[in-house]
Design a protein around this ligand. Structure first.
Ligand code: ADP
Ligand code: UDP
Length: 237
């Protein structure tokens, strides 16, 4: 049963449950970008993102990746295993887009020969600065072994997501993952959705993700719905 609210973030609200090892993650309709500077709302955003996340977590579980997903309790409420979040935003890049094209002489759309892994410090206060292993270790964010495990898991998840999405006409330029500790193990947590991935239409390279909101690229509602139609067609039947 849903108990007290533990945390309300930029896109989700986390509630306790009767089970001390489980939480409810409620996907809201609020949209934020640029570290909270740009704010908005989109009807059904929580619904589409939670359904997309659910489907991708299930696919990954089937392929042997441990995730926090337990089950859906409603259209927007996901029951998850409670983890101790590792404060590293793990970003996997396949095609150049976003900050990497602003910070380095790398043109948007360049396809990387092998995936580029970037770690950012998950901290609104410090604006999510990029980490290297030494800084992550110094900050006590993770151990050397944990960092190695996270790298391996992130690359494996990428290997599974890219062909799965490609079959559905979606390119995956980049995405962000969060991992957590539970009983000495590291599992995938948080979400995999239009808010945390760049999804491009395979044919037109059109954005179908939060970039539509970030850069006013068109109808965000249509973009998220289109991704949902391709990944979770069953919810439209
Ligand atoms: P933010 O904190 O970045 O604004 P959200 O609005 O998505 O993000 O809030 C969800 C919060 O819940 C995040 O801080 C995320 O790290 C955390 N979280 C995600 N999955 C779990 C989990 N299984 N156990 C504990 N915390 C989690
Ligand atoms: N991302 C995210 N949360 C963040 C930062 C980035 O989910 O706090 C995702 C973002 O949606 C994109 C990828 O991580 O899919 C890479 O983002 P980037 O570093 O290019 O930052 P941005 O261009 O979004 O500022």
């Amino acid at each position: 049963m849903k108990r007290e609210q533990l945390y309300s973030g930029k896109a989700k609200t986390i509630y306790a449950t009767d089970d001390p090892d489980a939480l409810i993650s409620e996907f809201r309709n609020s949209l934020t970008a640029f570290n909270g500077e740009k704010k908005g709302e989109m009807e059904k955003k929580g619904y589409y993102n939670s359904q997309i996340s659910k489907k991708l977590f299930e696919m990954l579980e089937e392929k042997g990746i441990r995730t926090h997903f337990i089950k859906m309790l409603s259209d927007i409420e996901m029951l998850v295993r409670k983890v101790e979040i590792i404060k590293i935003e793990v970003i996997v890049r396949n095609i150049a887009a976003g900050s990497i094209t602003r910070k380095y002489p790398i043109e948007e759309g360049i396809v990387f020969e092998s995936p580029v892994l970037v770690f950012d410090y998950k901290s609104d206060e410090f604006g999510d600065p990029m980490l290297n292993d030494d800084i992550a270790l110094t900050l006590g964010l993770a151990t050397r072994e944990e960092i190695a495990t996270i790298r391996k898991l992130a690359l494996r998840i990428n290997e599974l997501l890219v062909p799965y999405l490609d079959e559905r006409g979606i390119l995956l330029p980049d995405f962000k993952l969060e991992f957590g500790r539970i009983n000495g193990e590291i599992i995938l947590a948080d979400e995999i959705s239009c808010d945390t991935c760049r999804f491009w239409d395979k044919e037109t390279k059109r954005s179908m993700d939060k970039d539509v909101f970030r850069f006013d690229k068109g109808d965000i509602s249509k973009a998220y719905e289109e991704v949902a139609r391709r990944i979770v067609p069953e919810i439209f039947e």
